[in-house]
Write a protein that binds this ligand. Sequence first.
Ligand code: NAG
Ligand code: NAG
Ligand code: NAG
Ligand code: NAG
Ligand code: NAG
Length: 490
Amino acid sequence: MATSVAFMALLLYFGSPSLTGVLAFDFMDQFATDWLSERVLGLHGFFVNDSALSLSRGWNAMHHMGGNSPWFPKTEGLVQTGLDLPPGCRIDQVHMISRHAERYPTVVAGVKMLELYQHLQKADVAFSGDLEFVNNWNFFMADPAQRFENLVATGGYAGTLQAFSTGVKLKTRYEHLLHQALARNETSFWASGSKRVIETAKYFGAGFFGIEWQDVSRLQILPETRDRGADTLTPGKTCRKYADNVDSYGHHYGARMLYEWRGQYLPPIIRRLEKQNPNVTFTQDHVYSMQELCGFETIAQGASAWCKVFTRDELESFEYARDLLHYYKSGPGNPYSKAMGMPWLNATAHLLKQGPEKAGPLYLSFVHDGDIIPMLSALDALPQDPNLPTSHVLGNRTWRTSDIVPMGGRIVFERLACDVGQHCWDRAEFGYPNHVYCTPPHDEYFVRLNVNDGIVALRGCEDGPGGSCSLERFMGRVEQRGRDAGSFSE
Ligand SMILES: *[C@@H]1O[C@H](CO)[C@@H](O)[C@H](O)[C@H]1NC(C)=O
Ligand SMILES: *[C@@H]1O[C@H](CO)[C@@H](O)[C@H](O)[C@H]1NC(C)=O
Ligand SMILES: *[C@@H]1O[C@H](CO)[C@@H](O)[C@H](O)[C@H]1NC(C)=O
Ligand SMILES: *[C@@H]1O[C@H](CO)[C@@H](O)[C@H](O)[C@H]1NC(C)=O
Ligand SMILES: *[C@@H]1O[C@H](CO)[C@@H](O)[C@H](O)[C@H]1NC(C)=O
């Protein structure tokens, strides 16, 4: 914790006062972590490959990990660079739904990594070729049972640090809304009831509300249990047909599509590694775990030698596997997805409509990736046509898990109040040029979609200022999608 606090202090110092807050943070995202870790914190060598998250130096493996990477800003498919508001507009209400911050692997993925580790140990050979480094490789944590599923709390990509600094970043951006919320004593924020999600919310709260956040705000924890029905942040647990896999399109659908594709792209990689190491055999699980280690070791340690085992094409095939998983598990490829995403979306749409005077200015929620993705399906925010095939990589797809839900991935709905300007006229024609009459100024309202600090248009509703969607049309879209989605209560 001392390191994290020192780190934050330095990050803040490093932000030059000549830059605006937002610019300074963007700048930090790109450069400051490496710079600080090497020069100030004495972590030289910690970031073995310092291009890990740099945006400026071309292709970057961490942008293709399908959710297994540290947070990074979205840069593809944006309507503008930066977050500047359209002229005459201000933000008067925000709704954020965020994934928990950087974590260790889940138990399911982590146990497969341990099985790989044992397999490599038992092989009892000198590895060569792309696996030569394995001769000196150790499992990347000492006490997996304590760490699996939980936030990473050490190093440059610590989830604790990211959650705190995200709180500071959003405070910088939305401080006027925070003041209004404090004045109204409406400072609840929400987390689903899982340890890593709750901890993310607490670190965020310290950055956003201040270190005494518990005195001024209330963290509401919603249990992730089935009895909540639609009153939940984790619809995948309460949507009965989905959780029980009553047909072949439930929760398991994504894994099935993932396995189909694994059968296509992994065998050639296995053949290469076995050719280089003739006395060892590898299964598809082994090689898939190696690819997962690339992201998870980077999160935990700053870099991973596993990333270098694979070509760019092979890592992009892995990314596609993760896209298939999420697209068919909780995304637009799953027939239950829209209905699961609708309760949060509908509630949010009605709060946007009510506006800050009635509903308050700030709604901040923390959940899992599988709870964010259905909301995007419900809104038809990232339409994907055709459905993703399992026979080959669909190169032109819009569905990219990597830049929607990296660790800490977040979607923010920003309500824009835009001054449409006064219409004025004088009475010069009647000889009174100084008698100027004006219509009263008034605001019109729009909704802007901020995905990981990139502004994205809602296809089919982007004619407002800066590619935003007028509030009326946004409401119409949500109502229409709600009718199409069918009822959650089924
Ligand atoms: C760092 O990684 C990039 C892309 O993964 C690679 O092109 C570069 O050669 C690596 N640099 C070092 C010093 O290993
Ligand atoms: C703020 O609201 C909470 C309940 O929502 C209440 O317990 C608390 O007393 C209120 N604080 C003030 C200063 O009004
Ligand atoms: C593979 O195993 C055989 C028999 O145990 C041994 O003779 C050979 O040297 C091994 N090859 C390598 C590359 O380790
Ligand atoms: C959407 O929310 C409104 C207001 O909370 C509610 O009246 C309506 O029934 C909801 N519609 C759906 C489809 O859930
Ligand atoms: C992407 O490619 C597929 C076939 O490869 C094609 O059917 C589809 O229309 C393309 N989509 C876009 C948006 O270009």
